[in-house]
Design a protein around this ligand. Structure first.
Ligand SMILES: Cc1ccc(Cc2cc(O)c(O)c(C(=O)NC/C=C/[C@H]3O[C@@H](n4cnc5c(N)ncnc54)[C@H](O)[C@@H]3O)c2)cc1
Ligand SMILES: [Mg+2]
Length: 214
């Protein structure tokens, strides 16, 4: 049977990227998406904004919702300080299997804990199951109608602390109107919009950076 797009993306990484070199994995995926097949990675343009926020936060404990093929997982994990950890949730087994191999090709498997499961099920178990106290940095890039319920769940589970930075992809395209409305009007967050473009296209999109103030 015909291969899937994530499988073809992984092949492109194994063919064009150097084992243990995260930047070569990132550029191999960007080249694949620009010249072969578009895919919903955060991409190179929004990726530089993601990089600058991760570098500024320098998180010891990071969370990603929506691993997909692991592109942003690699972008984040390559910037983490030694001993830091990135937990990434992905409930599609096929995508998780591809992402695991992409993360391993980049040589970042020691920094990353890929959990195969739904955010709604696993966020309440972060403390007792993963020994997480609070997250320093959170990247939202899963189904857009899950951003709002999951940020509220993260609050309820006490997983945010004063200064936790939440970065949300696609707040314009596909768009997350209910999340934006909540986070921009909540006294518990200071938010800023970083205007950019939908990955590999000229359409507008952007990232919303929100700092939890408690
Ligand atoms: C109209 C239109 C369509 C598509 C686009 C283009 C476009 C551009 C983008 O950057 C996008 O991020 C998206 C997008 O839809 N992303 C959804 C990404 C989901 C991944 O996360 C996984 N997942 C989804 N919910 C959960 C969950 N609870 N727990 C754990 N994993 C979850 C899924 O298994 C996927 O691995 C789309 C732009 C405009
Ligand atoms: Mg996205």
């Amino acid at each position: 049977t015909r291969s899937t797009r994530p499988q073809r993306m992984l092949k492109a990484v194994q063919k064009n990227a150097t084992r243990g070199d995260p930047l070569s994995v990132i550029s191999a995926i960007d080249r694949f998406c620009r010249h072969s097949e578009w895919a919903m990675n955060v991409g190179d343009e929004k990726g530089t904004i993601l990089d600058s926020v991760v570098s500024e936060v320098n998180p010891a404990m990071a969370l990603e919702l929506g691993t997909y093929c692991g592109y942003s997982t690699v972008r984040i994990a390559r910037l983490l300080p030694p001993g830091a950890r990135l937990v990434t949730l992905e409930f599609n087994g096929d995508y998780a299997a591809i992402a695991r191999q992409v993360i391993e090709w980049a040589g970042l498997e020691d920094m990353v804990q890929l959990v195969e499961g739904a955010s709604g099920d696993w966020i309440p178990r972060m403390k007792e199951h993963f020994g997480v106290k609070t997250f320093d940095f959170i990247f939202l890039d899963h189904w857009k109608d899950r951003y709002l319920p999951d940020i509220k769940l993260l609050e309820e589970c006490g997983l945010l602390r004063k200064g936790t930075v939440v970065l949300a992809d696609n707040v314009i395209c596909p768009g997350t109107p209910d999340y934006l409305e909540y986070i921009r009007n909540s006294p518990s967050y200071e938010s800023n919009y970083f205007r950019s473009h939908l990955e590999y296209t000229k359409a507008e999109d952007g990232l919303e950076k929100s700092v939890y103030v408690g």
